[in-house]
Design a binder for this molecule. Structure first.
Ligand code: ADP
Ligand code: MG
Length: 728
């Protein structure tokens, strides 16, 4: 067995960088595989293009005539670029992207073969919904689902297939994807933010949410990856003693990028640019073999599509370079995991970033309103913010090794904190004196200056203000950002609407607009005290303090998911029309189902590896030691007492580990059986797995990792951490 490990090591050690291709300047290749608005303009008649613009702006359904024209244009463009197939491209709830390719091929009556693609095929496709997670929504007699074009995200060509971004819903109308509810949340925040902007600027007609994700990932050499069944089947290592050296010297972060990796990054960036993904930043991350990629931010819906596309492209390009890209949140124990910071802001059609302090007191008031309502949204729905990012993988990442803690809080930075405190103290429901008002306005006016030296960067905060945006850092590296974007935008929309209503009520009572805004703001600031936290999110004191504040401190995925079904969450999500009751419950169930299945796979893989790889290896080594002891006794009877005792101790230790592993694996299997037989209901079964199966994974691993240190390196079957994590 160790043969596989050594030949993999040999292969990895002699690997050469893939030869780099010369490619065009980014300005020349950017978006060349995307059917952009510009290309639509070129390929469509003027009238059709105008009609499309109107449909997109008003979000109306598209009539068949227009759809046919767009389809014809799209086909002409795609075929001219060598595309042979088309597919609807969507985000089912398994977290991946799905596509079902159909050829453009059609047979005419006279038997001639032509390329066919019409409006019907553009607008709608009918994939079978039964093979995707559906949380009981799909009835067996109605397995169909359908996908419908989302014109907000342009079609693109991926290899030879024209991909049309779509939503995915059951035939009965319920959403089965991440995009549908997110589009609803984005529409809500547009409306709510425009209303609030009217206090400050009557010109604002539209507000979009912006998203810039930072994708962290690991690369592992292909041969080593293939020699680790746990990596192959679970995406993470289920065992492996930590390397004597890993990230303690912090010599990887921002270090020189290894040549093989650089060649990979170059090709990946090139592919991204062709697909219109504006990737910009690349660097080494903290853990060995960990990297990060970040684009220039975009409108949130498009950014989410681009992140999904990036993840699949990354995996494909990695293979080309004989790497495997690991997007799991915690592929290796004891070193940093991978996250996907979601940088989020709001942008008006007048070009104003609503989370960027402006040039005068008025625009700064606007900034403060958006800053504080966002903070309040996190306060109101802190449990839901957590529920939307938890998963089996992220559960392992959160709360350790530079990952955000499992408690939601908002970090604003010292200076803003001080401004909010000032408003809290100065404003009151009585009328302010002109002097007080002037002073307050003066201080609010100073925000841009103080922000310039706002270099505070609290790395321990899960939701931090970073100068001109909020950064939601708890999102997992493999997650579809759509889930987080749905909750964040919906929650902020709700608070903006409430802010507007409360302020209008004061104005109706005769309070002047400015003062009314200050007064509502103050109330919100006071409420937000509970969620604002500037200190060290890792500290024990914070955990105690957060519990006192009544924040959710539960760190398990299953516990956190309950937040989806609370009255508060229902009021937000069902009340605002993002989900129906049934959709919400289905999602809740699907989250459990995925957790359960992944945990079941991990548990089985670990059991197999323990019994088939680890125990036989340990026994082999133990036999060598036993032979050795026998030999010593025979040849050096005089020295036996001294040497033999040490050897016997090792033999005994190995024995103990072997016995313990065998017992634990048996118990774990029993726990699985028991959970399977006791609970027919998915959510209950998932909870039982979390409680009774999950703990065995760490306990078994602990024993295996001890054995790894004892057993002869020559016969150890699996590539070790020090081998997986370091390139030559
Ligand atoms: P850091 O690691 O310091 O947080 P990065 O440059 O890695 O910074 O990533 C910052 C991300 O934030 C980028 O994707 C960037 O485009 C994005 N970003 C910047 N401004 C905004 C904004 N107004 N809205 C959304 N995202 C933004
Ligand atoms: Mg960041």
């Amino acid at each position: 067995m160790a043969k596989i490990r050594f030949s993999a090591l040999q292969e990895a050690a002699t690997r050469q960088p893939v030869e780099r291709k010369v490619h065009g300047r980014v300005s020349e290749v950017f978006g060349c595989d995307v059917f952009t608005i510009e290309k639509m303009r070129q390929y469509l008649s003027r009238e059709a293009f105008r009609q499309l613009e109107r449909t997109m702006a008003e979000g109306e359904a598209m009539d068949r005539g227009l759809a046919d024209q767009i389809a014809a244009a799209m086909k002409a463009w795609a075929v001219s670029k060598g595309a042979t197939h088309y597919t609807h491209w969507f985000h089912p709830l398994n977290g991946a992207t799905a596509e079902k390719h159909d050829g453009f091929i059609d047979v005419q009556e006279n038997g001639n073969i032509i390329e066919a693609f019409d409006g019907r095929m553009l607008v709608q496709q009918e994939p079978d919904a039964s093979s995707f997670p559906n949380g009981g929504i799909r009835n067996t007699f109605e397995a169909r689902g359908y996908t419908a074009w989302d014109p907000g995200s342009p079609a693109f060509i991926n290899r030879n297939t024209l991909c049309i971004p779509t939503v995915f819903v059951a035939y009965t109308g319920e959403a089965l994807d991440y995009k549908t509810p997110m589009l609803k949340a984005l529409a809500l925040i547009d409306r709510a933010a425009v209303e609030v902007c009217q206090y400050f600027d009557k010109e604002v007609r539209k507000v979009i949410a912006t998203l810039g994700w930072e994708q962290e990932y690991f690369l592992v050499d292909e041969a080593l990856f293939n020699a680790r069944p746990d990596l192959k089947l679970c995406g993470r290592t289920l065992m492996g003693h930590s390397s004597a050296k890993d990230q303690q010297l912090e010599d990887h972060y921002f270090g020189a990028i290894p040549e093989r990796v650089e060649a990979f990054m170059e090709e990946l960036e090139q592919e991204c640019h062709r697909l219109g993904i504006p990737v910009k930043t690349r660097h080494n991350e903290v853990a060995p073999n960990q990297f990060e990629l970040a684009p220039i931010f975009e409108e949130a819906n498009l950014a989410v599509d681009h992140n999904q596309l990036l993840m699949s492209t990354m995996k494909r390009v990695a293979k080309h370079h004989r790497f495997r890209a690991l997007l799991h949140e915690k592929p290796f124990k004891g070193i940093n995991g991978s996250g996907k910071h979601n940088n989020w802001s709001l942008l008006t059609d007048t070009g104003v970033n609503l989370l960027s302090p402006g040039k005068n007191p008025k625009s700064n008031m606007q900034f403060l309103v958006f800053l504080v309502t966002t903070t309040k949204a996190v306060l109101e729905h802190e449990a839901l913010f957590k529920a939307c990012i938890v998963s089996l993988g992220n559960e392992r990442r959160l709360g350790g090794d530079e990952a955000p803690p499992v408690i939601m809080s908002v970090f604003l930075g010292q200076q803003l904190d001080a401004i909010l405190d000032e408003i809290e103290q100065k404003v009151s429901s009585r009328k302010m004196s002109p002097d007080e008002k002037t002073e307050l306005k003066l201080n609010v006016g100073k925000i841009p200056e103080i922000m310039r030296d706002n270099t505070d960067r609290n790395r321990t905060s899960p939701f931090a203000f970073t100068g001109n945006r909020f950064e939601f850092r708890a999102v997992g590296s493999s997650a579809n950002c759509g889930a987080a974007m749905t909750i964040l935008n919906a929650a902020v929309a709700e608070q903006l609407t409430a802010f507007k209503q409360e302020t209008d009520a004061l104005i109706d009572k005769g309070v002047k607009k400015d003062e009314a805004i200050f007064q509502t703001l103050r109330r919100y600031i006071i409420a937000c005290r509970k969620i604002r936290f500037e200190g060290n999110g890792y500290s024990r004191e914070w955990h105690e303090e957060a519990a006192r504040r009544g924040l959710s401190v539960d760190n398990g995925c299953i516990g956190a998911l309950r937040a989806y079904l609370t009255p508060k969450a229902r009021k937000l999500l069902v009340g605002m029309g993002i989900f129906t009751e049934r959709e919400l419950e289905a999602r809740y169930e699907i989250k459990h189902e995925i957790y359960l299945k992944k945990l079941q796979i991990e548990s089985r893989v670990l059991g197999d590896l323990a019994l088939n790889h680890i125990i036989p290896t340990a026994i082999r080594y133990q036999n060598t030691l036993i032979e050795n002891v026998r030999g010593l006794k025979e040849i050096l009877p005089g020295m036996y007492d001294e040497v033999g005792t040490v050897q016997l101790k090792a033999i005994r230790e190995i024995s103990e580990h072997i016995t313990e592993i065998r017992t634990l694996v048996d118990e774990m299997t029993e726990a699985r059986k028991h959970a399977n037989n006791t609970f027919a209901d998915t959510t209950a079964r998932a909870a039982a797995y979390a409680e009774t199966v999950l703990p065995y994974l760490d306990r078994i691993r602990y024993r295996i990792d001890k054995l790894e240190l004892l057993v002869d390196d020559e016969i150890w079957p699996l590539p070790k951490y020090r081998e997986l994590l370091f390139f030559k």
